[in-house]
Ligand binder design. Structure first.
Ligand code: SF4
Ligand code: SF4
Length: 498
């Protein structure tokens, strides 16, 4: 693919709010799903006849079904607190990427058909008919929201633009206008079990190859079991962990942790994907269908625990939705949380002295940590407030000597999105991804300049893939992004328990 023509934003010493430049990203649109992608996830193949009426009905259905969505649409007072909080606005200057403006794209249609004032005095309240122009605008700008929820942290009413964006995508899918990238991937999970479309035999081959690599590297027989009935732990991890750097270093780290702790574990060739892109398109039936594979695999394999690997939105789906989607989990060991994050497992083992970690093995690295949106703002980890921030950092600090956080307003619950979340990690949106990464890149530059940071750890497959791609645009090496368990993997001492 030819390199897209656009200018990478310049990194300044401090993050500044740009002057508004209207419509600068109006051209940005992801590829539209083909009929076969649409139909594989239960939607009309193409924009249907009478789509306007259907879209309005679907919107009404969503609002009636979600009290939260209705409150989000009814309660904005236009205070402006969110306007400079979105990385896509900061990186593109397009005012339609201000969260309040993005909400208004949908709110204006909701008002027209579902409020008294909008029905009778539309111009007075900014209400709009559902037209093709409106639909096109939705398609463009609701695919410029990574559903990161940063804006909701700063909104005095807690309005969550991510929910509005999900609803808009759900409406578009329902009338036959879906996004190729997300819908094709969801279809692959339904058919094969993972985003990559990697069939069981290929997965087994890959894992055998990994066993050989680790044996050659360490001299130790670290296993990467798959479909092992009776294992204690089923690991559900993003399929990116199976095939590419820096993800695969994380998987090697998980395997070494289980090996060293003497915990039997397995992957599943049937449920070989933690990611669940159905959340990005706001589709509950697809969310449930994809997640159900995990429940079925856990029962079939007879495991006692389910542990989730490094994947941001997957952790949100697991932590926040599994219980109602695919629970109850009364067939699992009640002494462990369901789900449990791999960082929690490693953290507990470190606390109990069950692992020996040689920090000096990572002395070539000066590390920072990128908090992933869905972990930070949509879930928790461990049995403590803020565990989602504390636990990954504790695991990193147990594995390295040199660690420096980025600026306080760019981490924890204020973390900036990588720029590729929410179903936007596709090359047809590379301009948006590069520009949207600017705030994170700017915060990274500060710690690179000040402390010599040369490794940014993350616990999200999308973040890792996105940074691998966009770091070079900002003149950083692409391999400075890595897994938290990649650091554990380097530090862990195999065969020398304390
Ligand atoms: S959810 Fe994130 S990407 Fe979407 S409008 Fe809010 S800050 Fe921007
Ligand atoms: S911060 Fe909240 S209330 Fe204020 S403009 Fe943004 S969405 Fe509306």
């Amino acid at each position: 693919m030819a390199k897209a023509e656009f200018l990478t934003p310049e990194l300044t010493e401090y993050l500044t709010v740009p002057h508004v430049r209207a419509e600068t990203m109006a051209h940005s649109r992801p590829f539209v799903a083909k009929p076969e992608h649409q139909e594989s996830v239960g939607y009309p193949g193409e924009l249907m006849d009478g789509w306007e009426e259907k879209a309005v009905l679907k919107l009404g259905e969503l609002v009636r079904g979600s009290r939260a969505l209705q409150v989000f649409l009814d309660s904005c007072v236009k205070c402006g607190a969110c306007t400079d909080k979105c990385h896509y606005y900061l990186g593109t200057s397009d005012p339609k990427n201000m969260p309040v403006a993005r909400q208004d794209l949908l709110r204006s249609v909701y008002r027209r058909y579902y409020t008294f004032a909008g029905k009778y005095f539309p111009k007075l309240v900014g209400a709009r008919d559902m037209t093709k122009d409106v639909l096109d605008e939705w398609y463009s700008y609701f695919h410029q929201c990574s559903q990161c929820r940063r804006c909701s942290v700063y909104c005095p009413y807690g309005i969550d633009t991510a929910e509005i964006s999900m609803a808009a995508r759900d409406v578009m899918d329902a009338v036959g206008l879906g996004q190729k990238y997300s819908n094709e991937i969801i279809g692959k999970v339904h058919k094969i079990g993972n985003n990559l479309g990697l069939p069981g035999p290929a997965l087994k081959d890959t894992l055998e190859g990994l066993e050989e690599d680790v044996k050659e590297d360490t001299g130790v027989d670290v296993k990467f079991p798959v479909d092992e009935k009776g294992a204690e732990v089923l690991v559900i991890t993003p399929s990116a962990d199976f095939f590419a750097e820096p993800h695969i270093d994380g998987l090697i780290g998980y395997a070494k942790v289980f090996h060293q702790a003497g915990i039997s574990w397995t992957l599943s060739s049937y449920a070989s994907e933690a990611a669940n892109f159905s959340m990005f398109i706001g589709s509950r039936h697809n969310l449930k269908k994809a997640a159900m594979r995990i429940r079925e695999a856990a029962i079939d394999l007879g495991v006692k625990r389910i542990v989730v690997g490094e994947c941001g939105h997957a952790w949100r789906v697991a932590y926040s939705f599994w219980n109602t989607l695919i629970g109850p989990f009364d067939f699992l060991d009640p002494n462990y949380p369901v789900p449990q994050h791999i960082c929690e497992v490693t953290y507990d083992l470190i606390q109990r002295g069950a692992l020996t970690l040689d920090k000096e093995a990572n002395d070539d690295k000066v590390v920072t940590f990128h908090d992933s949106c869905n972990v930070s703002r949509a879930s928790r980890m461990g049995n403590m407030p803020g565990g989602q921030f504390i636990i990954p950092r504790a695991v990193i600090k147990a594995s390295v000597n040199k660690f420096h956080d980025m600026a306080p307003d760019t981490i924890y619950e204020g973390t900036f999105c990588c720029g590729g979340g929410g179903g936007l990690l596709t090359d047809d949106l590379i301009e948006l991804r590069v520009k949207g990464a600017m705030p994170r890149m700017q915060a990274l530059k500060q710690v690179v300049d000040e402390y010599g940071v040369n490794y940014m750890a993350a616990i999200c497959a999308i973040c890792k893939s996105q940074f691998t791609k966009v770091l070079p645009y900002y003149k950083f090496p692409m391999d400075m992004i890595g897994s938290v368990h990649g650091l554990v993997s380097t530090a862990i001492q195999l065969g020398t328990k304390q």
